[in-house]
Design a protein around this ligand. Structure first.
Ligand code: AMP
Length: 192
């Protein structure tokens, strides 16, 4: 199993690269943002709860997020591995993921962070907002809040896995194919 955490600030290209990685490595892509948007689109109780946080650019509470993630993993046990995109975003989420994988006698293989400067993130998200229909991509103050939340609550997750020797940074500036090659150079050695 390869259990990859694709990490980085909002707008760093995680979703774009995850789609390409799924094709190459046959892993299951789990994006908690996509799962929340699916629930919101269906007006489920979970979606309605998540919406109030997402539209402000804040994090959905850990208990809600972890429960949803666990359901998705448990519904798909027979896969070659997972790409976690946008999860974990807090230390308690990272600890919950480690516990969940340990229950399956498994573990995180690597966390790869896409490194992109703030101004570039804001630029990319505003462009994406024109077509994504996402409210949280259309307002610069919400975008900046998401970046601040990333710095204060999410970036410690990098240090958590770095302390175990499992985290690497990859330059997230360049063409989609260039960045993909950098990611593959980190993932290929994990294949046995
Ligand atoms: P994303 O699509 O990853 O940019 O996520 C969009 C929004 O969904 C975030 O700004 C959060 O409000 C929420 N969200 C997604 N993943 C998580 C998570 N792991 N923990 C808490 N909130 C999340």
């Amino acid at each position: 199993m390869i259990n990859l955490i694709l990490f980085g600030p909002p707008g760093s290209g995680k979703g774009t690269q995850a789609a390409k990685l799924v094709e190459k490595y046959g892993l299951l892509h789990i994006s908690t943002g996509d799962l929340f948007r699916y629930e919101m689109g269906n007006d489920t109780p979970l979606g309605l709860e998540a919406k109030s946080y997402i539209e402000k650019g804040e994090l959905v509470p850990d208990s809600v997020t972890v429960g949803m993630l666990r359901n998705k993993v448990e519904a798909n046990p027979d896969v070659e591995g997972y790409i976690f995109d946008g999860f974990p975003r807090t230390i308690p989420q990272a600890e919950a993921l480690d516990r969940l994988l340990a229950e399956k006698n498994d573990a995180v293989s690597k966390l790869i962070m896409l490194d992109v400067a703030d101004n570039e993130l804001v630029k990319r998200l505003l462009v994406r907002g024109k077509t994504s229909g996402r409210k949280d991509d259309s307002d610069e103050s919400i975008i900046r809040n998401r970046i601040e939340v990333y710095k204060s609550e999410t970036s410690p997750v990098f240090d958590y896995y770095a302390a175990k020797g499992q985290a690497v940074k990859v330059d997230g500036i360049g063409s989609i194919d260039e960045i993909f090659s950098r990611l593959c150079a980190e993932i290929d050695p994990l294949q046995s």
